[in-house]
Design a protein around this ligand. Structure first.
Ligand SMILES: [Zn+2]
Ligand SMILES: [Zn+2]
Length: 305
């Protein structure tokens, strides 16, 4: 591992990487060169959804947190879907994400907003040094040669996907790739930037993570980020029925077809702690427990908000 990963000194992206990133970021502008149609908007929404699920349902909840189980074949298919979002390979992504949970908002956190909004949002992953990761933190997936291969050649799935879209037509490529990729990328990165700045802290996690309904809708459930920092192992990040979590609904559907199984859920004591903290933040000294009984809060200590 490079020394700069350990030192807390935040390196900057190289000018060449930054230049290439800007070029890719400008590709949505081609949308102005093709006639507008709602069908193209629909294609962009569809491919946005595929990308978002690939990141949240696969790279995040599966490879980073082992929140469910699947077969080796479907694991590879899931990894392929995740790679389409162009956020590098599953092992790279999950290794850095586990690092984020381990060192949240400390100097070893590679994308804390304490290093500035833009650094946490996107500059951090453009840093060449951060192409490296500690293989020990992700050794549970390093044992699969096909996943290691996918991690190394993570550009193949997005290239193949763009060829398929391009064969349909140029406007489909522009909207299904350029536009959708730009929006899904920035939407995902808000979890590293905005979800550590704006929203409510139900749980006192000791870091800056927040719950934010708007980010949860945009990112298919990832906006329940304070929930997730408090209890990271569950397949659902919306802990209660009113916390919309589209990724979890999609995972449930996959489980009904037997493609994935053993979805981990939130333990009762964590759910009750959340209900207690909600009651405290509303100035109440009691709340209704999961069994329907009234629980008295002895000495309310509100979580940070
Ligand atoms: Zn976080
Ligand atoms: Zn996580």
């Amino acid at each position: 591992m490079n020394a700069s990963l350990e030192s807390g000194v935040k390196p900057k992206p190289s000018p060449i990487t930054l230049f290439l990133f800007i070029i890719i970021s400008l590709t949505p502008l081609f949308a102005f060169t093709v006639p507008f149609s709602w069908e193209l908007v629909g294609i962009a929404i569809l491919t946005y959804s595929l990308r978002m699920f690939g990141i949240t349902g696969v790279y995040h909840r599966y490879f980073s947190h082992n929140a469910y189980k699947t077969s080796r074949v479907f694991q590879f298919i899931l990894a392929w879907i995740g790679a389409i979002a162009m956020q590098k390979g599953p092992i790279w992504w999950a290794a850095h994400h586990r690092n984020h949970h381990k060192y949240s908002d400390t100097e070893k956190d590679l994308h804390s907003p304490k290093n500035g909004f833009w650094y946490s949002h996107m500059l951090w992953f453009l840093v060449d040094d951060y192409n490296e990761y500690d293989p020990k933190i992700i050794k549970d997936y390093m044992k699969y040669p096909e996943i290691v291969w996918m991690d190394k050649y993570h550009w193949i799935p997005p290239l193949a996907f763009s060829i398929v879209l391009g064969l349909i037509s140029w406007p489909v490529l522009v909207w299904g790739y350029g536009v959708a990729n730009f929006i899904s990328g920035h939407a995902t990165w808000t979890i590293n930037s905005l979800a550590h700045v704006y929203g409510k802290q139900r749980f006192n996690t000791g870091d800056t993570s927040r719950n934010n309904i708007w980010l949860a809708l945009l990112t298919f459930g990832e906006g329940w980020h304070n929930n997730h920092h408090y209890y990271r192992h569950s397949a659902n990040q919306g802990f209660y029925w009113w916390e919309i979590d589209i990724t979890y609904y999609a995972l449930k559907v996959l489980s009904w077809f037997g493609l994935i199984w053993d979805l981990k859920t939130v333990p009762a004591h964590v759910l009750e702690e959340g209900m207690k903290q909600d009651a405290i933040s509303q100035g109440k000294n009691q709340f209704k427990g999961l069994d329907g009984s009234i629980k008295i809060i002895e000495s309310p200590v509100a979580s940070l908000s």
